[in-house]
Design a protein around this ligand. Structure first.
Ligand SMILES: [Zn+2]
Ligand SMILES: [Zn+2]
Length: 371
């Protein structure tokens, strides 16, 4: 769709909008569901392009991977880069370079939409999900250049070409290890064997909240084994997710696959036969809590009063760890403070029931810091 649309200076969604209305109506862009597009939608597209509708339907992800559930595809994740364009997919720039070398239109590969995919199986490169120029989450627009559709960043217009591993390439041994895990997951999720459930369980444990349902850190933090490690804001939404992989940026996916392999082994079995290190992690995984809904009007979630925040701040100031931290350099002090704030929030549930769903928010942290 995108390749056809760019010949008219349109995006795929704009073209879909045009197909959906009568000629003399103004059209607005229409969302396209790559997994299972509506039958009447593909019928109109097929008619407009003179293509067999059956053939068009077979391109849907649900036809290519009939056993794969929706949660095993890349999804935006509710809080990751809220200003990001709605359709964003990680890409392999070496694949685009291959299109260019072959003198054909560039195109988006279906495999880039798989939740576990972080390494291109053809080129062994880490997929790219941020623009190297504007650093925003990557959404591909196609531009017609020299008669061919060429991929560009939809925000800043940078043409996406292979510049020899720009943006850094992880160590080859790590790439090979992660690629092997990725292939095993792909095989099991696509239904060639019955391990899918075990992979799901193991991944959910790695991203389960650590020790407490309200913790902002996932169990995965134990694998890093770095004191005071904080879960970055852009992946916090994945903590406690049932199927976290598709909601993570590519580099976090890579890390998760490596941890999975390291902790649970090549053939994860989350049962009584777990190796001791994995069993320890399972014990530290808190049950998932009901996640804060993004549809909830903003502001409702913050129900701690300023007196509560002040009380929490006083607790932290009086904590022996904080008093001892006076001798530490500023960065380390910050880490100590962050850890104490986490602990204080986890110990003190807010008074109002509305806040119980999301007891740990960045603004909670800011409120305590202000006090
Ligand atoms: Zn590639
Ligand atoms: Zn850009």
């Amino acid at each position: 769709m995108a390749r056809v649309a760019c010949r008219y200076g349109l995006t795929a969604e704009e073209l879909a909008g045009h197909f959906a209305v009568d000629d003399n109506c103004l059209s607005s862009p229409l969302a396209i569901d790559d997994r299972a597009p509506a039958l009447d939608q593909t019928r109109v597209w097929a008619q407009a392009c003179g293509v067999d509708p059956e053939r068009l339907q077979r391109l849907a992800l649900s036809k290519r991977y009939p056993r794969r559930s929706r949660s095993w595809y890349v999804s935006a994740g509710p809080e990751w880069a809220p200003s990001a364009p709605p359709r964003s997919t990680p890409v392999c720039v070496a694949c685009f370079a291959a299109d260019q070398a072959a003198g054909r239109d560039a195109y988006l590969r279906a495999g880039w939409m798989l939740a576990e995919r972080c390494i291109c199986p053809d080129h062994g490169q880490l997929l790219q999900d941020r623009c190297v120029s504007c650093h925003r989450r990557l959404s591909v627009a196609f531009r017609l250049r020299d008669g061919r559709a060429q991929p560009a960043c939809s925000c800043c217009g940078l043409l996406l070409a292979d510049r020899g591993g720009e943006g850094g390439r992880p160590h080859d041994a790590l790439v090979r290890a992660a690629h092997a895990v990725q292939q095993r997951i792909t095989a099991s999720v696509n239904g060639e064997n019955a391990e899918q459930e075990q992979f799901e369980k193991a991944l959910a444990i790695l991203w389960a909240p650590l020790d407490h349902p309200a913790a902002a850190r996932p169990v995965l933090a134990l694998w890093f084994n770095e004191a005071g490690w904080r879960c970055p804001y852009d992946v916090r939404h994945a903590v406690g997710a049932k199927t976290p992989l598709g909601q993570l940026p590519v580099r976090w996916r890579l890390l998760t696959l490596l941890a999975l392999n390291d902790i649970f082994g090549a053939d994860p079995r989350v049962d009584d036969t777990l190796p001791p290190a994995a069993a320890h992690l399972v014990r530290r995984a808190a049950p998932r809590q009901i996640r804060f809904s993004s549809r909830r009007p903003s502001g409702q979630a913050l129900k701690r009063s300023s007196a509560e925040y002040e009380g929490l701040a006083r607790q932290i100031l009086a904590d022996p760890c904080w008093i001892a931290a006076a001798k530490l350099p500023p960065r380390k002090r910050e880490r100590v403070r962050a850890r104490l704030i986490d602990a204080a929030l986890a110990r003190n549930w807010p008074a109002s029931p509305g806040a119980a769903l999301s007891p740990k928010l960045p603004s909670d942290e800011q409120a305590i810091q202000k006090c």
